[in-house]
Design a protein around this ligand. Sequence first.
Ligand SMILES: *[C@@H]1O[C@H](CO)[C@@H](O)[C@H](O)[C@H]1NC(C)=O
Ligand SMILES: *[C@@H]1O[C@H](CO)[C@@H](O)[C@H](O)[C@H]1NC(C)=O
Ligand SMILES: *[C@@H]1O[C@H](CO)[C@@H](O)[C@H](O)[C@H]1NC(C)=O
Ligand SMILES: *[C@@H]1O[C@H](CO)[C@@H](O)[C@H](O)[C@H]1NC(C)=O
Ligand SMILES: *[C@@H]1O[C@H](CO)[C@@H](O)[C@H](O)[C@H]1NC(C)=O
Ligand SMILES: *[C@@H]1O[C@H](CO)[C@@H](O)[C@H](O)[C@H]1NC(C)=O
Ligand SMILES: *[C@@H]1O[C@H](CO)[C@@H](O)[C@H](O)[C@H]1NC(C)=O
Ligand SMILES: *[C@@H]1O[C@H](CO)[C@@H](O)[C@H](O)[C@H]1NC(C)=O
Ligand SMILES: *[C@@H]1O[C@H](CO)[C@@H](O)[C@H](O)[C@H]1NC(C)=O
Ligand SMILES: *[C@@H]1O[C@H](CO)[C@@H](O)[C@H](O)[C@H]1NC(C)=O
Ligand SMILES: *[C@@H]1O[C@H](CO)[C@@H](O)[C@H](O)[C@H]1NC(C)=O
Ligand SMILES: *[C@@H]1O[C@H](CO)[C@@H](O)[C@H](O)[C@H]1NC(C)=O
Length: 723
Amino acid sequence: MRPFHFPSSRSSSSKLLTDLLGFALVLVLCVACSIGSCTDQEKSFLLQFLAGLSEDGGLAMSWQNDTDCCTWEGITCSTDMMITDVLLASKGLEGHISPSLANLPGLLRLNLSHNSLSGELPWEDLVLSSSIIILDVSFNRLSGDLQELPAQTTIRPLQVLNISTNLFTGQFPSTTWKVMNNLVALNASNNSFTGQAPGSFCISAPSFAELDLSFNKFGGGVPPDLGNCSMLRVLKAGHNNFNGALPDELFNASSLEYLSFQNNGLNGVLNGANIIKLSKLSVLNLENNMFSGKIPKSIGQLKRLEELHLGGNNMYGELPSTLGNCTNLKIIDLKVNNISGDLGKINFSSLSNLKVIDLLTNNFNGTIPESIYACTNLIALRLSRNNFHGIFSPRMNRLMSLSFLSVGGNAFTNITNALHIVKRFRNLTTLLLGGNFKHEALPGDETLDGFENLQHLEISGSSLHGNIPLWLSKLSNLKKLELCYNQLSGSVPTRINSLSFLYYLDISNNRLTGEFPTKLTQIPMLKSDRRTYQDERVPGMTIYSSFSFFKYRQYGAFFTAINISKNGFTGVIPPEIGQMKALDILDLSFNSFSGEIPPAICNLSNLEVLDLSNNNLAGPIPSELNKLHFLSAFSVSNNDLEGPIPTGGQFDTFGNSSFNGNPKLCGPMLSHHCISQKAVPVSTLSTNQSSDKFIFGITVGLFFALGVLLDQIVLSRLRFLQF
Ligand SMILES: *[C@@H]1O[C@H](CO)[C@@H](O)[C@H](O)[C@H]1NC(C)=O
Ligand SMILES: *[C@@H]1O[C@H](CO)[C@@H](O)[C@H](O)[C@H]1NC(C)=O
Ligand SMILES: *[C@@H]1O[C@H](CO)[C@@H](O)[C@H](O)[C@H]1NC(C)=O
Ligand SMILES: *[C@@H]1O[C@H](CO)[C@@H](O)[C@H](O)[C@H]1NC(C)=O
Ligand SMILES: *[C@@H]1O[C@H](CO)[C@@H](O)[C@H](O)[C@H]1NC(C)=O
Ligand SMILES: *[C@@H]1O[C@H](CO)[C@@H](O)[C@H](O)[C@H]1NC(C)=O
Ligand SMILES: *[C@@H]1O[C@H](CO)[C@@H](O)[C@H](O)[C@H]1NC(C)=O
Ligand SMILES: *[C@@H]1O[C@H](CO)[C@@H](O)[C@H](O)[C@H]1NC(C)=O
Ligand SMILES: *[C@@H]1O[C@H](CO)[C@@H](O)[C@H](O)[C@H]1NC(C)=O
Ligand SMILES: *[C@@H]1O[C@H](CO)[C@@H](O)[C@H](O)[C@H]1NC(C)=O
Ligand SMILES: *[C@@H]1O[C@H](CO)[C@@H](O)[C@H](O)[C@H]1NC(C)=O
Ligand SMILES: *[C@@H]1O[C@H](CO)[C@@H](O)[C@H](O)[C@H]1NC(C)=O
């Protein structure tokens, strides 16, 4: 039995729908008993399309010349045996799209999305087709420019055009749309279109409702003509090069529900009289532009607003208290602006739908308002780099859904109290507290249990004293632990090896003593050569790190590191260190390690940064170190090493600063040349090694030097924190 489809996909009322369904049922029964087949002509158009494919995904098995093409895979016919639908999404098709499809006289819907089709789109044939109403060629590799089409007089039926995620280039046609009186949706996102954006759709198409131009290279001003689109619901234009202000006319498009221009070069202020015209707005995303001025009071009238993204602009002034009227808000993202004042002026208790509040890097002051604790659905709260102060309120424990909490770089006090409150958040995976609690003691209190799911804990730059507490080794899901720039003393607890997922440990710049914590070398995650781990983050919450920006720029979540530099560690570097095969970064500098560099260190084949400088190491530099192909930053300066510097491999790229301060070392880059130099043969970087690793290496190399330099210059208060 052949499936029956309505000629049009849209019907206007449910009454009509019921009538039609009844009618359809009769027709279906009819079809079931009738005999018929598609025309030979239609068959040949389909076979021409098939012939244009270099990979047909098995289509030829079904598309047999001697069978009725209405039964072919992906083909649907109407009752009168006209082909209405060619639906071949995700069939693994490769090759060209033959214009022959446009000759199918009754074709209504053509869907070729999610294939690997390439070459040009038969634009004129398909878009100017006198039958096609839905054309979806998204997610392919189609390329070329889309030409302006010759002047037409006949109105075309096209309603939906999706050409997103292809490789189209050039200016977007602007006049073609005059005959598209039925156009409802156009998705041109994620191509490389340039020039002025099209805006004149609504002169001819009164029902135009969705326009997606995002991820292209459109430039110039935002087309004011879009304001004439009285039915426009969705306008997405993020990640382009638009500049200038949002035109006043745009705000005439009062049906807008989704408006996004993030990551462009727009400026000007948000006009309060304009914004209230968009009373149906549910998403406003103007992130990462150059908007200035205040957030208008009238924003409180956008009752349907769910997402407000204004981060990365130059907005200032106080947050209007009317924001508390937007009771549907789920996301408030104002990060990296200069918004000031006491947050307590907003009554958050009416905003119980809130999931994300991101105020990173602003000028807010006062305490965390108590009303925020009514937002029990909050998943992410980031208040870092403001001027908040005070202690965590006991009512904070109502935020039981929190998964991400970042308050670094404020002036909060009483870390004991803070930890006892947040330990109860079962879903908490990321806790960033650094730069607060100045000169307090890191509590060693055994009752600090909980933190069941904590993966990333950072309490750096707080001048905390005390020992590294035992309760830390009970955080069995911990992946990243950062306690750098404090005044912690004593040794590293031997139970540290119970943190079996730990891959990133930074306890540098403290007063820790004792031998190298050999238990670290037993941590499964550090031993494994599989590199599949990734942090489970709250979607949209990128963690920023000013420290890594300077030193190990692209470090991010995926780099495995042990940094115990600038402490008082003594004794030898144990050979077990060679077990931590996952390590990208090993920094033991500025301690008092003695003895020889264990040759086992050469087993750390992923190593990109190795800093052993400023210790008391003696003996030779293991020559096999030149086999570490990714090593891009290396220093053993200021030790007591002797003998020749290895040659070959990455060692040919290190300058004398890597070796200075070892009078007994000799090598070509030092003034002290070796008497007889044996060339050590070494394999060069093989070509199949991943290129991003190589790029990372270059960046690290560059910023490593800069980082060391910056250590010696002024230390900004917050340089080493994560947010
Ligand atoms: C399909 O069959 C028809 C006759 O039924 C024939 O004329 C035509 O050449 C065939 N096409 C192909 C591609 O084999
Ligand atoms: C095309 O097919 C894909 C996969 O089935 C579907 O997601 C998409 O919505 C279809 N396009 C149109 C315009 O219906
Ligand atoms: C292409 O865009 C149309 C209109 O927005 C949409 O209905 C369709 O689902 C999109 N196709 C895919 C594969 O997402
Ligand atoms: C346009 O297509 C992209 C996929 O490339 C999709 O993510 C986006 O949601 C679509 N836009 C609209 C308005 O449907
Ligand atoms: C944009 O296209 C690229 C390939 O050209 C693809 O990898 C990426 O996922 C697409 N982005 C979106 C948002 O669809
Ligand atoms: C948009 O609408 C205004 C007022 O309704 C009109 O003056 C203007 O000509 C229209 N623009 C276009 C391009 O149609
Ligand atoms: C559209 O906006 C402009 C400028 O804001 C205004 O002068 C004009 O009257 C508006 N047109 C309509 C139809 O609302
Ligand atoms: C909107 O917020 C203001 C300030 O918080 C308040 O005075 C006013 O009553 C609110 N209006 C509505 C309709 O809720
Ligand atoms: C931020 O705003 C304050 C006034 O609230 C002003 O003094 C300061 O200069 C502004 N900072 C920047 C970087 O614009
Ligand atoms: C908080 O900031 C506002 C606006 O910048 C300022 O007027 C006020 O004095 C500040 N309050 C405190 C306690 O610093
Ligand atoms: C914690 O997360 C899980 C899984 O995402 C979810 O089912 C649960 O409701 C969350 N718990 C709370 C208290 O939000
Ligand atoms: C810090 O908080 C704890 C627990 O709430 C409390 O017992 C202690 O007295 C507080 N310490 C200071 C210095 O206020």
